[in-house]
Ligand binder design. Structure first.
Ligand SMILES: Nc1ncnc2c1ncn2[C@@H]1O[C@H](COP(=O)(O)OP(=O)(O)OP(=O)(O)O)[C@@H](O)[C@H]1O
Ligand SMILES: [Mg+2]
Length: 501
């Protein structure tokens, strides 16, 4: 037992949302200087605990302490900010303001007459970022920051309020490999400087890479807390899922030799994003588009589904050429897709799970524009069962779902589409280990039934079942590898290293 009080401790926390019990007498204790992982399946209660640990909402029961002292009153935001901060996937900075303005929002030093000195604000902001070695120009409008820079700015802001306990809720979900390794270096540096982290991620290898301790939540409850190096991965997964780990393995046969092309991209170019892109996907074939976030792979996939239009070249879906740059045209031609950003392109948050899940398949739910509510709900219920979506029912607005469960709705909808070509961009981002296996197995099943699949991702697990992987680097397809590649080969190719050279 350590004698010093934990940096943060939550005890006996219960939290309900209507009929959903998000946390049931859950506890966690985070000791000073640790990087402590919090893991669990989608909907286990992780983000809810974070909101309680940061004072954003009250628990129904239980208590929170910081350094052994009771947590401040909820209304005392300043006191909370001095103790804890969370960097969310969704940004809390204001896009219209500059970095400096964001850093010193609401606490400008006022000179004589109460005027804000922007010069002082900028200088202080620069100082702050220098102290924590964040390499960002403070005059940059926040909207121009990428995810990585935004996270660093938010961490620096938290530290500037005096907090030495920082929660990172799925910080790596939208970062590519290079950015993740920079983030980890930063976490290690800060840890040495006395900062304690609570780290949430569905990538279990990351837990083993940078965390000291791990706590597992399952179905709103605390299951275990252990030192990371004393908990083998299989036991970690078993604790998360409540069952022994399944053997993953692909049994797919791949496309038949005479399968027709269902997607043809020829000489496509979109200056600034990609050049000279040509490839085919056949019926029943799964093709990967691998590459870093900035490689151009996402833009290529978005062009196929009409979210972008190529400046040169053509896209042919199942024998027809839909109008470039039109999503409805691409869907009509036979595309189904999972967009990169479910918040912006995927879901209508205030609509129900049932409505969101069936948005693109109204024709399957009734004739001539009339949607049969019972058919819709039956479909939605099957989807909820199949994908283990954690919700009291299909009528709930998707805004009430946990992050990973929202992604499952987006996936389910794409899978329901009976598409000729299914285009998936980072399909399993934020999805827990077990659901990931399930979703990918579903994709394989759909390919077996004759759909062509294009997966644009940098997650090796998403790419493993592909018949071929095309590697995109700086806007060009630079390599193609058949199934059975080694992780290091593909990673090297994505980073632009030519292994044969
Ligand atoms: N505002 C809300 N309204 C209704 N239900 C909610 C709300 N916030 C969370 N829930 C429910 O509480 C449960 C726990 O959700 P939470 O977001 O904490 O899960 P999580 O462990 O962070 O999952 P994920 O890994 O998918 O992010 C879920 O069943 C979720 O649907
Ligand atoms: Mg969450």
């Amino acid at each position: 037992m350590s004698t010093t009080a934990p940096v943060a401790e939550a005890t006996g926390i219960t939290k309900r949302f209507g009929s959903t019990v998000a946390l049931h007498e859950a506890s966690i204790r985070i000791d000073a200087g640790q990087t402590h992982a919090l893991v669990g399946r989608n909907g286990a209660g992780k983000s809810t605990l974070v909101s309680i640990l940061t004072g954003l909402q009250p628990a129904d029961a239980g208590s929170v302490t910081f350094g052994g002292e009771p947590a401040p009153r909820l209304a005392d935001r300043d006191a909370w900010r001095q103790r804890v901060a969370c960097v969310y996937q969704k940004s809390t900075i204001i896009p219209e303001l500059t970095v400096a303005e964001n850093l010193f929002l609401n606490r400008h030093d006022r000179g004589a007459g109460g005027l804000i000195s922007w010069k002082t604000v900028r200088a202080k902001a620069r100082d702050l970022l220098d102290t924590w070695s964040v390499d960002v120009d403070v005059r940059t409008p926040a909207r121009e920051l990428d995810v990585e820079q935004r996270q660093f700015v938010e961490i620096a802001r938290a530290l500037s309020f005096g907090a030495r306990f920082i929660i990172l809720d799925e910080p790596t979900a939208q970062l590519d490999a290079a950015a993740i390794s920079r983030l980890f270096t930063r976490i290690n540096d800060l840890q040495r400087q006395g900062v304690t982290f609570l780290f949430i991620s569905h990538h279990l290898q990351e837990i083993y890479e940078i965390c000291d301790a791990v706590t597992v939540f399952r179905d709103a409850r605390h299951i275990l807390t252990a030192a990371v190096d004393e908990l083998p991965r299989s036991e970690l997964v078993a604790a998360m899922t409540g069952e022994a780990a399944a053997e993953a393995g692909s049994r797919r046969r791949g496309p038949s030799p005479d399968a027709a092309d269902v997607l043809k991209v020829d000489d496509a170019a979109l200056p600034g994003a990609y050049e000279d892109v040509s490839f085919r996907v056949r019926a029943g074939e799964v093709v990967g588009l691998a590459g870093a976030a900035s490689s151009g792979r996402i833009e290529i996939a978005e062009t196929v589904v009409g979210l972008r239009a190529a400046v040169r070249g053509t896209v042919e879906i199942a024998g027809s050429r839909p109008r470039p740059g039109s999503v409805p045209a691409a869907l009509k031609a036979g595309a189904g897709f999972v967009p990169q950003d479910r918040h912006r392109q995927g879901l209508v948050p205030e609509m129900s799970i049932a409505d969101n899940g069936t948005l693109t398949i109204p024709e399957r739910l009734g004739r001539a524009g009339f949607i049969d509510g019972r058919r819709r709900d039956a479909f939605a219920r099957a989807m909820i069962d199949n994908l283990a979506i954690k919700t009291p029912g299909p009528e709930l607005p998707v805004s009430g779902l946990s992050g990973g469960n929202q992604q499952k709705v987006v996936m389910a909808r794409a899978l329901a589409n009976d598409a000729k070509v299914l285009v998936l961009i980072n399909p399993t981002a934020g999805v827990d280990v077990r659901s990931k296996e399930f979703l990918l197995a579903k994709v394989e099943e759909i390919a077996e039934a004759g759909t062509g699949v294009l997966i644009a991702s940098d997650e090796l697990d998403d790419l493993r079942m592909c018949d071929r992987v095309l590697v995109v680097f700086q806007g060009r397809v630079v390599a193609e590898t058949a199934r059975g590649w080694h992780d290091h080969q593909l990673v090297a190719a994505m980073e632009g290293v030519d292994l044969d050279a």
